[in-house]
Every structure is written in structure tokens, then in C-alpha cells.
Design a protein around this ligand. Sequence first.
Ligand SMILES: NC(=O)c1ccc[n+]([C@@H]2O[C@H](COP(=O)([O-])OP(=O)(O)OC[C@H]3O[C@@H](n4cnc5c(N)ncnc54)[C@H](O)[C@@H]3O)[C@@H](O)[C@H]2O)c1
Length: 409
Amino acid sequence: MAIRSLLRRCKDCSRWQNCASASATHLARAFHSAVNPSESSTSAFNDGSLESNARGLWTSSGQNTITATLFPGDGIGPEIANSVKEVFRQAQVPIQWEEHYIGNTVDPRTGSFVTYESMESVRRNGIGLKGPMTTPIGKGHKSLNLALRKELGLYANVRPCLSIPGHKTRYDNVDLVTIRENTEGEYSGLEHQVVRGVVESLKIITRQASSRVAEYAFHYAEVHGRKRVSAIHKANIMKKTDGLFLQCCREVAENYPNIVYEEVIIDNCCMMLVKNPALFDVLVMPNLYGDIISDLCAGLIGGLGLTPSGNIGDNGLALMEAVHGTAPDIAGKNMANPTALLLSSVMMLKHLGLNDQAESIHKAILKTIEEGKYLTGDIGGSAGTKHTTDRSLLSWSYSCCGLLELVFY
Ligand SMILES: NC(=O)c1ccc[n+]([C@@H]2O[C@H](COP(=O)([O-])OP(=O)(O)OC[C@H]3O[C@@H](n4cnc5c(N)ncnc54)[C@H](O)[C@@H]3O)[C@@H](O)[C@H]2O)c1
């Protein structure tokens, strides 16, 4: 059955919808609510950057198709990337993917397994989506993730952490955003042996990178109507490095008098987050703290499989990614939860201004989780990731809003 034959108009809003039984009022209502969401729950998925510089192409059908780079990554990456591709295809999102794979030798032009051509693809398209990539622990080549972030100047990592309705965790109303400096700090990659038995790692903090990420955090808070920015640090010990980071945050804060600015020491921040996450709104911090705190926050809403993120650079450059890794323990077993990458793709659509598509996919994801029928093992279910085209079409016809039903088989 062709997808096109499933197109009907929603009774409530007259928008086109994909539904086999458009006469079924409840499905139309579901679609209506999907494309007309309440503001609060989804707006955080807009990364708040100024302009996307993504390339658009007018096709013969008159639709503006945007080219985006896709890194399926490795481990569970290809499985969950397939889920995104399938959902976009079914939802007729006007994205054309330019897929790039990680090489198996170091490209001297990037110093990592990410090829120069892959980097150029993101630069050229201005937008991309990335699956997880393996980094060997304690040895070997430069981290692929670090290489991408540094080479592309993706200076801010944004992770909205919102409770998912119907998915019970310790807290019901988590609504916070972590913004992590992405290019320097403890991740500068400057480590060496001083003498045998003594190694040294350099933590680099610069005024330029700190001010840039602080500016992004306050800008994000302002455009999303958020009230408070908390700078997370350990300046009581690392007086110069974290001291400079704080100094930059203070200077930026002066330009945003309507936003409350506070400074919280990282250890105290962890304790406050697990006791009462509602104490925080937007958190901005250097690289390593951001890596740790954002995973802690993912735990507050149900885990890594549910948390999206976006890496933001200058001139609207953006590379969205799930926060989790390659999950080698479940790779290739049809057990991976595609939600985090799907939500990251929602962030990508918002960044591109494709708000209707973003909202409908976002709502479908939330609805599927709330229904609880097709959940993967990490969030208490037993459904798998894979699907076949036939099964997808069957599922699609089952519910116009049940996009994830075609993902969780
Ligand atoms: N952005 C990235 O590309 C990224 C991020 C983190 C880790 N990594 C890399 O991934 C590899 C494995 O790292 P790790 O084991 O520490 O972390 P991980 O996130 O891969 O796995 C941690 C645990 O969470 C589970 N999990 C993760 N994502 C899941 C999903 N979508 N659905 C269901 N369960 C999921 C895994 O099965 C595992 O039990 C390492 O090489 C690491 O460097 C990459």
C-alpha cells in the first residue's frame, strides 16, 4: 500500500495527515494535538541558535528539500539511524541525507578516523545528525567525537532534560537544560608523561571559549523564557581555570539583567540535582563537568536512551546527536532504544525551522512512550528496534500519530 494513499485531512485542523482511517475521530484528534502542542513541553528542543545556514534545494515538485549530513556511527548507531530515516520517510520530512561513515585509518588532514570529506559535508550542509561512535579507552587514536566538535568549532553542547509524561521516574517535572563548553577544558587532548610514573593532563580554559558558551547560555535562556542561569564550577580549587570561566560568565550575565545568575560548586550541584532538580533551570559549565552533569540529568528523566542533544557552532552550524554511546553490549540485537536519536532529530528539525514536522514527530514519540505498549528494554519494555517496510506500513495505518510503532518492532 503506497503511503500517498493514506493521506487524509485532519477533521479538526484541516492539515494533511497520514492515516488509513481518517474518519476515526480519535486519530484525527491525536494528530491535531500532535501538530498543535502546548508550548512549554517542546520549546526546549529548539536549540535557540540564531540562524541555520543549511542548504535548501527546490525540487521539481516545488518542495524545498534540505540536505543534511548523517553519521550513522557504529555499535547501535546504524540501527537507530535507520529508525530516524524511516520515520522521516514516512512523515515526508523534506530532508535528503548525505551519509558518511567513519574510516578505518587516520586521515592526516583531521588527525582522526573522521575523514576530511565528512567534515566538509557538515560544513557545506550546515546541519547534521550523528549516531554514537566508539572511542578506545586509555589508548589509540583521537576521539572521533572530540575531532568533530573541535574541527567544526561546535562550541556548545545543549541537552534539554525534560520529564517524559507517563514514564515514571523519581521526579515528575524535570525541566532543565545543560549547556556544556565543547571544545577545550579537560578535553583539550594535551596529555604527556613527565617522567616514568608521572603523567600530566592540561586543562585549557580560554576567555574566548568561555565567553562564547556563556553568551550562548544566556541567549538560550532569554529566547526560551527561562529565568535562571547557573554556572557550575570548582573555582575554589581550580582558581585560575574555573576562575576565568566564572569571570566570563559574570561579565556576560551583566548584559542580561532579567535573568538570575548564580554560581554553584560542582559537588554541591550534584547533590542539589538529585535532591531537587527543580532548583535548576539552565546550567552552563566547562567540558568535563558538562559531560558528567548531563548524564546525571539524563538519569533523572529515565536514562541515556531518552536524552537528545545538539552541538552548536558559529553561523548556525549544528550537529545533533544522542547523548548515549555505542552500547556494544546490545549492538546488533534489535534492543536499542531509538528515542534519543529521534529526539535529536526533532532538535534538528526545529533548528531548521521545520516546526510542524518537529512537533508531530515529537508528540508521536511522547505518545508512544506514554502508551507504554512498545517500549525497549532500557525503559521497562520488551520491544525491539527493527522494523520492516511492510510492518511499518501496517503500523502506520494503525495510527496516524503512532510513528514510533513503526520503530519499536
Ligand atoms: N557521543 C558519542 O558518540 C559517545 C558518547 C558516549 C560514549 N561513546 C562511546 O561509546 C562506547 C560505549 O560507551 P559506554 O558503554 O560507556 O556507554 P553507552 O552509552 O554506550 O552504554 C551505557 C549503557 O547504556 C545502555 N544504552 C546506551 N544507549 C542505549 C540505547 N539507545 N538503548 C538502550 N540501551 C542503551 C547500554 O546498553 C549500556 O548498558 C565507548 O567507546 C564510548 O567512548 C560515544
